[in-house]
Design a binder for this molecule. Structure first.
Ligand code: TNX
Length: 526
């Protein structure tokens, strides 16, 4: 009976898919008072470099297998297993992962010679015989799988419409940041976010691990940082910290989803939790109280003390050892309690420490006005009203070879309120409605900064006002999807009127994943 019901479901879903495909171009299924829903290949988000609906669909059903090649590397099998896991729940199908080249189903093909697909690109081809995912790398196969998920119905088995997608990202760095320092969040919630983000091809998770209000990662060399400095948060809650094991587990979980973790230890400012834990880090040797407010710019490491450099060397050393990724983020923002000359001197040494531990520096863009070391990456968080001289320093650094990550606060900051009615959030950079957060072009955003200097985009979520999963996800969704598209899709695809329809079509998916997204009024939600 169950099998029969499933088969019937397949047929019905297939019918719907075919009619969508047939309607492609002049989709004429009007909803009352709403724009027509885009056909499957047109509602992919982020929009692919190219997608064409063509030919008959593949019926995805009880017999469907996920097929890796006979001599495929273990990693491809893992990608297949993860894809199977992601598809089994929604489809209710068994989807075994099998080896072998011949036969139908979903085929994962690693084609090392497919240079045009780059490090993350892929091709997806659907015919009645099956769906073939081709990529030069396992990462590309993973992204192809995420596209396939979007071509299938949100629930139940169904049909994948015939067609081809050929897709490569515009930018290498497509990030989201979460601040677990102002309010503590357990690794489980961050993993959930990784799953949510990876399905939209975000490939970097920046974790802001330390700030005035809390130190969230254990360090063996300085145990009181987490034990004492982590036991608090904004508003006076208990706070908490991650053990090294939990952090390793998060990093591995993210890596399986092709998300690289960039850990941040913010310095020389934003360090009250560290100073409260170890009085020897302050210039007068006295530890301040722990802090539970939301002011910024009042704390500083003691730049003239040698102990400061032993501290950062040991802490960054442990972090580098725990982190397989390329980057260590050393903050460097809002160091208002550090005189400019001291700031530059401190950042010189901090950058040397990072290099000595074999990592590449990322810092907030204030480093541009000091002395960024060769190769250091700058993260721009200015906004429309940022002083011209500050922008010019970032543009000059970008032209001199420093890759720039764009996180403009009045577009990309997920902690800015959508509008006056948003309960959580801040508004120092203005309100950021969904349309505004999407409507800018990273390649031409900073006047004078060539697109080749833009490493990518990142959407930070600061948590001074965000203490629950529900508020976190309400602020991130749907804006983070727009950032995902700005990072991935070609400039020619960026178009608000079309994007809002693609976004609207994601609603059933977000709902099925229990994501309490904000139903922005400018989007005709399905
Ligand atoms: C600015 S962005 C900060 C953070 C705050 C955030 C709140 C940046 C590098 N510094 O310390 O949490 O604004 O929106």
């Amino acid at each position: 009976m169950r099998v029969l019901r499933r088969a019937l479901g397949t047929l019905l879903a297939l019918g719907a898919a075919i009619s969508c495909t047939a309607a492609h171009g002049d989709d004429a299924r009007p909803h009352a008072g709403r724009a027509p829903a885009p056909a499957p290949y047109e509602r992919l988000l982020p929009r692919p470099a190219s997608a064409r609906a063509e030919g008959a669909p593949y019926a995805f059903g009880a017999g469907t297998v996920i097929r890796t090649g006979t001599s495929a590397p273990e990693e491809v099998r893992r990608v297949g297993e993860l894809l199977a896991e992601q598809l089994r729940g929604p489809s209710g199908l068994p989807l075994p992962v099998v080896e072998g080249e011949e036969g139908g189903g979903i085929r994962l093909r690693l084609e090392r010679g497919a240079g045009e697909l780059g490090a993350e690109g892929y091709r997806l081809t659907t015919t009645p015989a099956g769906v073939t995912l081709t990529a030069r790398t396992p990462a590309g196969l993973f992204h192809a799988g995420q596209t396939l998920r979007q071509l299938l119905p949100v629930r139940g088995p169904g049909g994948v419409p015939g067609g081809t997608v050929t897709d490569v990202p515009r930018f290498a760095y497509r990030g989201a940041m979460v601040d677990v320092a102002r309010h503590f969040f357990p690794v489980e919630q961050v993993k959930r976010y990784v799953d949510q983000l990876a399905q939209y091809k975000i490939n970097t998770l920046h974790v802001h691990l330390t700030d005035d209000q809390g130190w969230r990662l254990a360090a063996d060399s300085w145990p009181r940082l987490a034990e004492y400095g982590g036991a608090g948060e904004v508003g006076g809650g208990p706070g908490g910290h991650w053990t090294k094991e939990e952090y390793r587990d998060l990093v591995a979980y993210a890596a399986e989803r092709y998300v690289e973790v960039v850990p941040e230890i913010d310095m020389p400012g934003h360090v009250n939790a560290a100073l409260a834990s170890y009085g020897e880090l302050t210039c007068d040797g006295k530890a301040p109280e722990r802090y539970t407010g939301t002011k910024v710019g009042f704390s500083s490491l003691c730049v003239g003390k040698e102990r400061t450099y032993e501290f950062i060397d040991q802490v960054l050393g442990e972090l580098a050892e725990l982190t397989p990724g390329r980057y260590l983020h050393i903050g460097g923002d809002e160091a208002r309690a550090t005189p400019a000359a001291d700031y530059a001197a401190f950042m010189d040494r901090a950058q040397q420490v990072v290099a000595r531990h074999g990592k590449t520096v990322v810092a907030w863009h204030q480093l541009a006005s000091a002395r960024p070391a060769p190769g250091a990456v700058l993260q721009y968080w200015g906004h429309d009203r940022t002083a011209a001289a500050e922008k010019a320093a970032v543009v000059a650094a970008g032209k001199a070879g420093h890759p720039v990550i764009l996180s403009p606060a009045d577009r990309a900051y997920l902690d800015m309120k959508y509008d006056a009615a948003t309960k959580p959030g801040l508004a120092w950079a203005g309100y950021v409605p969904v349309q505004r957060s999407y409507s800018w072009d990273p390649g031409s955003y900073l006047a004078g900064l060539p697109e080749s200097a833009v490493l990518g985009v990142e959407a930070p979520l600061w948590t001074e006002t965000i203490a629950t999963r529900a508020d976190w996800e309400l602020m991130a969704f749907p804006r983070v999807l727009g950032l995902a598209e700005l990072g991935w899709s070609p400039a020619s695809a960026l178009d608000w009127p079309a994007y809002r329809l693609r976004l609207a079509a994601q609603a059933p998916r977000l709902t099925a994943q229990h994501i309490p997204y904000y139903r922005a009024p400018e989007v005709p939600w399905e």
